[in-house]
Design a binder for this molecule. Structure first.
Ligand code: GLN
Length: 481
């Protein structure tokens, strides 16, 4: 029985591992992009990602016969993934800067854009950088605007608020929680055309032209193909058509045209996306919780064992895992380990976000379950073990037949509790770009800017699911008793 479990476990992990490793011949490149950076990449009302970057890459790939998948995960996340070898390349309105050339190889430039300050339309006090003194200015993590603001912070005396994604940054300017933001000029101009009441009172800064990027020294053939494809679509007019399509027209017919201002509109437009996210959330929870029941119990048994080595192992494991925040653990596994392997093995060893998420959640929950198991066993009066042993039962048998059944009853409520915590912890995995329920709602908000309503719906979904599951486990608990 136990053997079977182990075999199937190893099997599952092997499949996961294999499915996340790309094949060398006939390679499908993984391209990473920003979460939302209209008009370069953003979701239209049909939930398709469109934009200048998306179309340019599509046309070039067609010309050059490049196979690729593209994921929209956020600017800094894309940078991290390319550097860790999780993605092969990125296209995200990325400015070619000297600093970045140290760790990236860029294609030829495909667009020129400056960065500029935006304030609310009715603001009259900010006309220059000097006017930003003691004010809060927003910028996106990892962006050229952020670098610029940081370099000039002492000179002008503002404070910087860092945002992960453009949607929250633009919302914050809208709601007045920051006085100004800095972002690429075409993106701000586009937002204004889309109806945002912003203006750009300060002259723009040169931050470099946009390029398609790979990690320095990797995938040179991809850069070559991109360059020749770019030249071809510039030559035949496709490039100009793409730019004109997004720059010169009011996009309101393509973007945000559907009514997403009401709860019912949001739900009817997005229920599929939310359901899919919920599916991932449940899958993450069930798989990781199942695995941690196994590992956690083993480690819990180690911690009450008479063998010193096992006890030590259990203590160290629990202390280390409990001492690391789950998000750090997830970053470490998703970005850190492949990066380390890459420098040791010399080849890329990417790990899928789902696999990384499962590993992080499993390690984390195992530590807590080990403690629950230890606590349960310790709570059984010592007389029980002594009595069993004096009847001539071995340690193992006494454990299995006498102690564990009693301990298990004590543990059940804590298991239910840990299950709920595990489900909620899956939201943390959104930070590595896995599109579970929270991440899928973030993508929806990035498009329709209805943060209150969308997050309200999502909170409700979590609440309902968790309530149902706890009720269900309460019934189970009674049965078991
Ligand atoms: N062009 C800016 C940069 O490279 C911003 C890019 C982005 O936010 N996607 O930093």
């Amino acid at each position: 029985m136990k053997k079977k479990l182990w075999i199937s476990l190893i099997f599952i992990l092997a499949i996961m591992g294999l499915s996340s490793v790309g094949h060398a011949e006939d390679k499908t490149y993984k391209v990473a992009s920003d979460l939302t950076f209209a008009p370069f990449e953003f979701q239209n009302k049909n939930h398709e990602y469109v934009g200048i970057d998306v179309d340019i890459l599509k046309e070039i790939a067609k010309k050059e016969d490049i196979k690729y998948t593209i994921s929209f995960i956020g600017f800094q996340a894309a940078i991290d993934q390319v550097q860790a070898g999780q993605a092969d390349a990125m296209i995200a309105g990325m400015s070619i800067t000297d600093e970045r050339k140290k760790s990236f190889d860029f294609s030829d430039a495909y667009f020129t854009a400056n960065a500029t300050i935006a304030v609310k339309e009715n603001n009259t006090s900010i006309k220059s950088y000097e006017d930003l003194k003691d004010k809060q200015v927003g910028a996106k993590n990892g962006s050229a605007s952020y670098d610029f603001l940081q370099k000039n912070q002492d000179k002008y005396g503002y404070s910087i608020k860092v945002f992960d994604a453009a949607d929250t940054m633009y919302e914050s300017l809208n709601s007045g929680s920051v006085s100004a933001i800095m972002d690429d000029e075409p993106v701000i101009k586009y937002a204004i055309v889309q109806g945002k009441a912003f203006k750009t009172p300060v002259p723009a800064e040169k931050i470099g032209e946009y390029g398609f990027a790979v990690k320095k020294g990797s995938n040179p053939e991809l850069i070559q193909k991109f360059n020749s494809g770019l030249a071809a679509i510039k030559e035949n007019g496709t490039y100009d058509k793409i730019i004109a399509n997004y720059m010169e027209k009011d996009q309101s017919d393509k973007n945000n045209a559907s009514d997403e201002t009401s709860f019912s509109g949001i739900i009817s437009n997005n229920w599929q996306q939310l359901l899919k996210g919920l599916g991932y959330t449940l899958l993450l929870t069930l798989i990781s919780f199942g695995l941690s029941l196994i590992f956690g119990t083993i480690i819990g048994l180690f911690s009450v064992s008479n063998i010193k080595g096992l006890k030590w192992f259990a203590t160290i494991f629990v202390d280390v895992i409990r001492g690391i925040p789950l998000m750090v653990l997830a970053f470490f596994i998703f970005y850190g380990i492949p990066n380390l392997l890459q420098s040791i093995l010399g080849t890329e060893a990417p790990l899928g976000d789902f696999t990384a998420g499962i590993i992080a959640l499993t390690l984390n929950a195992s530590a807590y379950i080990a403690e629950i198991v230890r606590g349960g066993i310790v709570a059984v009066p010592t007389g029980q073990m002594e009595a069993a042993r004096s009847l001539g039962l071995t340690y193992g048998k006494s454990m299995r037949k006498i102690i564990l059944p009693q301990a298990f009853k004590i543990m059940i409520p804590s298991f239910v509790n840990q299950f709920v915590i595990s489900l909620k912890d899956t939201t943390i995995i959104s930070a590595i770009g896995l599109v579970e329920l929270l991440q899928s709602s973030k993508i929806i908000v990035a498009r329709n800017l209805q943060s209150f309503k969308v997050y309200f719906i999502v909170a409700l979904i979590y609440l309902v699911v968790i309530t149902i599951l706890t009720r269900f486990s309460k019934v189970l608990e009674k049965r078991l008793k």
